[in-house]
Design a protein around this ligand. Sequence first.
Ligand code: ZN
Length: 189
Amino acid sequence: MGNPLRERRTAADWAAVSQVIEIADKLSGFERLSAIVEADLSALDADRIPAGWRDAEVLVRLAFGFADAQQQLPMVDCRVETSVTAVCQRCLEAFRLPLQVEDSLLLLEYDKDADGYDEYEVWELDEPLLRPLDIVEELLIMAMPFSAMHVELAACRALKSSAEDSAEDMTTPFAALREQMAQDNEGSA
Ligand SMILES: [Zn+2]
């Protein structure tokens, strides 16, 4: 059997068998997302683009079912995790940006709506056959920040230099304050 993310079935078919798809795929399998990452990285000189960014693992868990007892409303619980290579907009270096999405989607045909299912996001089906990969890819694309920046502040070169500067400036007033507080505590003890 091939990659179930690439199979096309109706939403009702996926839901009727309570299909669970648990798979680790590579970023390169998601063409639109890869194109976005590639466009972002193209701002860097070739030797500063980390090799193998297309091989990043995308961990997927999708669980299809019905939201209603009458089995009229197909839905899917999604959990997707990966980390894409992005360019930090503060220091202009490449870094690994973790993306994690958890969402429950109501799979509705165009023009249909369902009241009372606020816990779901509506996923509008624009064609009769649904390819799970398209859902995963869309969720990841929507999770991408408009302006990517180092998550760990210590890793960001732009912040490191400014943090060091301000650390020097701050030493004196904070040290004095700390000393004052220590004295006050001793006094009250
Ligand atoms: Zn940075």
